[in-house]
Design a protein around this ligand. Structure first.
Ligand SMILES: [Zn+2]
Length: 140
């Protein structure tokens, strides 16, 4: 085994004086360094894309959560100002809920904070009454 004259990495005999990374060519020699690096870069890129995709799905889910009611229900839009559960970042979140009556309880609010992905400390900014209707009517 000899070593790359630029970075000192061990390289197979007969490859000359550079490793494939320092030579800058994936097909140079047989040490496989460049190839391994490129594969890792690609894997990181895919991971990033997967994270972005999941995050976007998450956002969409948060914006469109609707709770199921049996027949007709009283619909509200609850808006929160707070922090996201996972990231801890400041956010505004809103959620639509259909309830059997017009009373919104503390439990309704607490449950909705979780569904809206805001922490327990989030502040309820507004509870807008939207009307008495079925889920189908509500969703148009
Ligand atoms: Zn090298």
């Amino acid at each position: 085994m000899s070593s790359c004259t630029s970075c000192g990495s061990p390289i197979p005999d007969g490859q000359g004086s550079s490793c494939s990374m320092c030579y800058g060519d994936m097909s140079y020699g047989s040490d496989g360094y460049y190839e391994a690096w490129a594969a890792e870069e690609m894997r990181q890129e895919e991971l990033k894309e997967e994270e972005i995709r999941q995050y976007q799905e998450e956002l969409q889910r948060e914006e469109s959560i609707v709770m199921v009611i049996q027949e007709k229900g009283h619909w509200f839009c609850l808006s929160y100002q707070g922090k996201r559960i996972e990231s801890g970042l400041d956010c505004q979140a809103s959620i639509y809920i259909g309830l059997e009556n017009r009373n919104i309880t503390k439990k309704d609010i607490d449950d909705n904070k979780k569904l809206a992905n805001v922490t327990d400390k989030a502040v309820l900014m507004a509870a807008s009454y939207l009307g008495y209707m079925t889920r189908e009517e509500f969703e148009g």
